[in-house]
Write a protein that binds this ligand. Structure first.
Ligand SMILES: [Zn+2]
Length: 77
């Protein structure tokens, strides 16, 4: 798969990256992610777009959405 190669090329960034605190706190599946999918760029905030990988981005978005859904009042929609 092509974008796995891109991820490998990004490895040099890993040293200057850190775990996404948002996902770490809120995603129960976080420890089961691929390590790269747990990382965000060190200089960035814990946002979806700061994730180094597409999968990390998507999972972050899912966590965000689940949070919105669980907060939303039952009678919405
Ligand atoms: Zn995240």
């Amino acid at each position: 798969m092509e974008h796995i190669e891109q991820v490998v090329k990004k490895r040099f960034e890993v040293r200057s990256s850190r775990l996404c605190e948002f996902c770490k706190e809120l995603d129960p599946e976080f420890p089961h992610r691929h390590p790269l999918d747990q990382m965000v760029g060190a200089s960035r905030k814990s946002t979806a777009s700061a994730h180094l990988t597409e999968d990390g981005y998507v999972r972050h978005r899912i966590v965000e959405l689940n949070r919105l859904v669980s907060r939303a009042p039952r009678n919405a929609a």
